[in-house]
Design a protein around this ligand. Structure first.
Ligand code: NAP
Length: 283
């Protein structure tokens, strides 16, 4: 018998969500097991249909299903609609609500880890994939002054910039060469890496989107990559005299918003962070 709460993706072996979500459920005495469901794309529709069952609470959604589940839910929140991706589905009396918590998760991480409010900031986002979409939307709603999207495939950066352009908010798109970045990075007080550069086990673990000589000492550098906790990019930010902040906080805070919407209870934040920190340390 399957549990009433969990995370689904494919593959799912790497997920850290059950570790800190279970710690939260246990702390509050909620008698549920936060499971990890390996769901193939061809089985997605059947799996989502089970989420309507009485007693089912919520599912966190990860790669590659974040877009595919959109037509399978009954209603989208404004965040999910704007980002074009669902990372949580809640069962409300048989009605499925698709939501995106990556945006608020990122903003809360910036605030609580780096004490940074992006309102009026001059920001550069490296990358134009799924994480970048959520972060660009978050920065737009938070009121950044200028935003540059830098990506290896510049067409994708341009498409993302176009999708979110509205009124005075018009992100600039650029490539990732040193020459191109030198027009934007030195002037930014917020740099966010959403590429997979620096990710443990990835093809470019020792790479960084920008180097210290280009980064302002006033800049906050946030890395969406959370393993390793101290990436090459964050070391470059530190060397420049800026403030480095790693992606674990975004991961937990997106999960905390989901946990609270699922359970209707305030999440035990410290317990959930401690559980994840321990798991990441032990590999
Ligand atoms: P994605 O949609 O696949 O996008 C990957 C991005 O990385 C693209 O912009 C891609 O550029 C770029 N990239 C990949 N290899 C590159 C290379 N060798 N050189 C330069 N750019 C390269 O992935 P995603 O879902 O956005 O995830 C990106 C990262 O964010 C992952 O490390 C993921 O773990 C992390 N993440 C963290 C959180 C969190 O909560 N902390 C949440 C979501 C994601 P092209 O367009 O040119 O291919």
């Amino acid at each position: 018998m399957s549990s009433n709460i969990g995370v689904m993706g494919h593959p799912i072996g790497h997920t850290k969500s059950p570790i800190f979500q279970q710690a939260g459920l246990n702390e509050l005495g909620i008698d549920e097991t936060f499971e990890a469901w390996d769901v193939l794309p061809e089985d997605l529709e059947d799996k989502v249909a089970t989420f309507r069952e009485k007693g089912f609470i919520a599912a966190c959604v990860t790669l590659p299903h974040k877009q595919a589940v959109i037509p399978m839910v009954d209603e989208l929140t404004e965040a999910a609609e704007s980002v074009g991706a669902v990372n949580w589905i809640f069962n409300r009396d048989g009605k499925l609500i698709g939501h995106n918590t990556d945006c608020n998760g990122f903003l809360r991480a910036l605030k609580e880890e780096a004490g940074f409010d992006p309102k009026g900031a001059d920001a550069v986002v490296f990358g134009a994939g799924g994480a970048a979409r959520a972060i660009v939307y978050a920065l737009k709603t938070a009121g950044v002054n200028r935003l540059t999207i830098a990506n290896r495939t510049v067409e994708k950066a341009q498409a993302l910039a176009n999708d979110f352009s509205e009124g005075r908010f018009k992100p600039t798109a650029t490539g990732m060469s040193r020459d191109e970045l030198s027009n934007y990075v030195p002037y930014a007080n917020l740099l966010v890496n959403t590429t997979s550069l620096g990710m443990a086990g990835g093809p470019a673990e020792l790479a960084t989107p920008a180097t210290a000589d280009m980064i302002s000492a006033d800049a906050v550098g946030y890395d969406a990559v959370y393993a390793p906790p101290m990436t090459k990019f964050l070391r470059e930010v530190e060397e420049a005299g800026g403030e480095p902040a790693g992606g674990m906080t975004m991961l937990v805070f997106q999960g905390i918003e989901g946990f609270e919407m699922a359970t209707g209870k305030t999440a035990p934040v410290d317990t959930m962070f401690t559980a994840l920190e321990r798991a990441l340390k032990s590999g």
